[in-house]
Design a protein around this ligand. Structure first.
Ligand SMILES: *Cc1c(COP(=O)(O)O)cnc(C)c1O
Length: 224
């Protein structure tokens, strides 16, 4: 078993190598540590090894860990599916939301964002796998959604997020990410949240600015 610090070093090396292969600065790629199902102690360990950004999928679980880790200057990202009744707490307790896929949710996040906080950073989640995935807007819906979100006063539209269907084939990974990268470039946005433990190299080759890494940092998740 490797420690979280060792895993962070390994993932950091993968990011640097992939950046170099793509002719990119590795500093342009942020590491988002995805800690769903993992205890606050694991996030504390990651923080001590240099992680500053944490991604969580489940609101209640995230709020509990935020309380336990309130002494650390972490930046929290919400990356899971969003139900309407969760938007207030998300608007109050996170700096980023990567999983906005409809206008109603964006409107609620903007209305409920406390005036004392800076605008909430938003990525729109795009579905690039067709029927296979329920989350994410379609490429056809994206331009209108992006234009509407850009009008909301307490949100800052930063970019796009996607979770393509898992595959071990790097050229298939890159083809799916390339679709999202093209959409991002058409919209003139600076942020691309693509790439997880198994496909971060392909994501970096296609312009990722956040890679969202869980398993490679914290080990396999136990849902039993
Ligand atoms: C769980 C999760 C991740 C991390 O996946 P790994 O394969 O464990 O790295 C990234 N993004 C989202 C949206 C997730 O739900």
């Amino acid at each position: 078993m490797s420690t979280i610090a060792e895993n962070i070093a390994k993932v950091g090396a993968r990011i640097r190598e992939a950046a170099q292969a793509a002719g990119r600065e590795s500093t342009s790629i942020g590491l988002l540590a995805v800690s769903k199902t993992k205890p606050a102690a694991a996030i504390r360990e990651a923080y001590l090894a240099g992680v500053g950004h944490v991604g969580e999928n489940y609101l209640q679980e995230a709020l509990e860990k935020q309380q336990e880790l309130a002494d650390l200057p972490l930046t929290w990202h919400f990356i899971g599916p969003i139900q309407s009744n969760k938007t207030r707490a998300i608007a109050e307790h996170f700096s980023w939301v990567h999983s906005v896929d409809r206008l109603k949710i964006a409107q609620r996040l903007s209305e409920q964002r406390p005036a004392s906080l800076p605008p909430l950073n938003i990525c729109l989640q795009v579905n690039v796998s067709g029927e296979a995935s329920k989350s994410g807007c379609t490429a056809e819906q994206l331009p209108a959604l992006a234009a509407a979100v850009q009008q909301l006063p307490n949100l800052k539209l930063r970019g796009l997020m996607a979770i393509p269907e898992p595959t071990d084939d790097q050229s298939e990974q890159r083809a799916a990410f390339a679709i999202v990268q093209n959409l991002q470039q058409q919209l003139g946005l600076d942020t691309l949240s693509i790439g997880m433990s198994h496909d971060l190299e392909a994501a970096i080759a296609q312009g990722a600015t956040w890679v969202r890494i869980g398993t490679a940092l914290f080990g396999a998740r136990d849902y039993s």
